[in-house]
Design a protein around this ligand. Structure first.
Ligand code: HEC
Ligand code: HEC
Ligand code: HEC
Length: 424
């Protein structure tokens, strides 16, 4: 007996869903037709919660994460195994490493059903769609956290009258390098740092920002708008060029960010920004190199260049070199990078939602951040004019500040210092 409806029903259901999406807003823009993941609630749930590890095309990451495409354990007719993996998490061993998948019990039964149905409809196998009742049956006797409505789900954008604008913004954030090649110099996307496309706490999430800007910004020494803050990340974090503030591309990004509501909590509990590091801790980059090789190199490459698949496409982002963020970015500052790493890296290490992230001590995070942030990377000419009204933080990248010398000398990186000095 089949516990779920057959293929024909599934096809009809999908078709109705698409029709419903079109009816709820305007007809979907042409680009969405070539991008299946943006067409259904399940596809958008997959992008938001699964794609960082299993990749947008379901092919996984060699030596790190298993593929879901063609994988009988994801696509089998009986979906119990796949449902339990998503509800309760799991782990897999590769060489010397154990990689963990977090529990997604905070997603509702219907959401998990939609995501697994998308996986099964997209990547082969005999299984049909998964129903919410099947997920509920597996969840029943589990002592797992109850479903939660935070963070805001991209899947809900489909029903918005602004669906096309919001999804275009999402795509620019998630796939920045390919969508806006003229504005991105680095081999990075916004979502390379802003985890789950800006919906993960303490990974500088985008929620609530629309109400927080315009804001006085000490680095610029003036009040800046949200669009100007976005352009800061284009020029520094993405080592690129700003978008015209009135362009449709910028309008889509600002609309997307503005659609993520402010959290109820304030301060660090709101998840805004990144972890802050105790300034009395002092970095030891030589120790940081050991942490890097042990806990980071498997995904970011022993040479910091990221991990590529057989086709040469980067699966995980670089941490230094030509394809990395430049010296004017927050991530090039040891304490900022350490706060980011403490909250978000390594991925697949703990049981924490949404990426099984974290597990380093504060000292480890500071040491490894001091190591990778001070490897050679592109420069940003404008950094000399930062903090015009004072308040320049001690870890800001400035040749007059001794920090670089302190960090570079013990590592014997004098030769690399050339890449760190300002270009004429
Ligand atoms: C932080 C990384 C990470 C995220 C995010 C993640 N997974 Fe996984 N997933 C893993 C790991 C690790 C395994 C264990 C199997 C392996 O790769 O060795 C796994 C296994 C699975 C399996 C079983 C496949 C097998 O061969 O054992 C399924 C199905 C699956 N994941 C689905 C999902 C879905 C659906 C989502 C999103 C809701 C998701 N995963 C999010 C890391 C992740
Ligand atoms: C190399 C990593 C990196 C990349 C890539 C990146 N950012 Fe950022 N972004 C940061 C960091 C770090 C912060 C500052 C977090 C803090 O100090 O609280 C930040 C802050 C922001 C803020 C302000 C957040 C706040 O709480 O005030 C916005 C908005 C933003 N980024 C948008 C973007 C957009 C849009 C893109 C892509 C065009 C992008 N960023 C790319 C690292 C990055
Ligand atoms: C299992 C894979 C994995 C491991 C291990 C890992 N990362 Fe990452 N890292 C990622 C992924 C994937 C991203 C993209 C953002 C996201 O979705 O988490 C990322 C993003 C980053 C970023 C921001 C983007 C960039 O390239 O500048 C930094 C910085 C970073 N990682 C540092 C580290 C450090 C330091 C360690 C070791 C302590 C580490 N990572 C370990 C997978 C990993």
């Amino acid at each position: 007996m089949r516990a779920f409806p057959g293929r024909a029903f599934w096809g009809a259901a999908l078709c109705c869903l698409t029709a419903l999406a079109a009816w709820a807003g305007e007809a979907p823009a042409a680009w969405r037709k070539d991008a299946p993941v943006y067409q259904s609630r399940g596809g958008l749930g997959y992008l938001q919660f699964c794609a960082a590890c299993h990749r947008l095309d379901g092919t996984g990451a060699p030596g790190v994460f298993s593929p879901l495409a063609g994988n009988p354990r994801a696509l089998d007719e009986a979906p119990g195994f796949a449902i339990r993996r998503v509800l309760f998490g799991g782990f897999g061993a590769r060489g010397n490493h154990v990689f963990r998948m977090p529990s997604f019990a905070s997603l509702r039964d219907e959401e998990i059903a939609e995501i697994l149905s998308f996986v099964r409809a997209s990547w082969g196998g005999e299984g049909g769609p998964v129903t919410a009742a099947q997920v509920a049956a597996e969840r029943q006797d589990a002592a797992s956290p109850p479903p939660s409505a935070t963070p805001r789900r991209f899947a809900d954008f489909l029903a918005s009258p602004q669906a096309d604008l919001l999804l275009r913004g999402l795509r620019e954030i998630y796939d920045t390098k390919r969508q806006l090649p003229g504005n991105v110099g680095a081999a990075l996307n916004c979502a390379s740092c802003h985890v789950n496309a800006g919906t993960s706490a303490l990974a500088a999430p985008y929620w609530g920002l629309a109400g927080a800007f315009p804001i006085y910004y000490p680095r610029a020494g003036r009040v800046i708008t949200l669009a100007q803050r976005v352009n800061d990340c284009f020029q520094r974090s993405l080592n690129g060029t700003p978008l015209a503030e009135e362009s449709p591309e910028m309008a889509a990004i600002v609309a997307f960010i503005s659609a993520l509501p402010a959290p109820a909590a304030t301060g660090e509990a709101s998840g805004r920004g990144i972890r802050r590091i105790d300034r009395s801790l002092k970095p030891d980059p030589a120790r940081g190199e050991v942490v890097f090789q042990r806990s980071c190199a498997v995904c970011h490459g022993a040479n910091g260049d990221g991990l590529r698949n057989a086709a040469g496409e980067r699966l995980f982002p670089p941490l230094w070199g030509e394809g990395s963020f430049n010296l004017g970015s927050g991530m090039a500052r040891a304490y900022t990078a350490a706060g980011y790493v403490l909250g978000n890296m390594p991925v697949a290490h703990s049981l924490r939602f949404p990426q099984a992230q974290g597990g380093l001590t504060e000292q480890d995070a500071l040491d490894v951040a001091a190591f990778f942030s001070h490897r050679p990377r592109p420069d940003f000419a404008g950094r000399a004019h930062d903090w015009p009204n004072g308040g320049r933080p001690p870890d800001a990248r400035d040749e007059q500040v001794s920090a670089q010398v302190v960090f570079l000398a013990p590592l014997g990186l004098a030769a690399a210092a050339g890449a760190d000095s300002p270009r004429p």
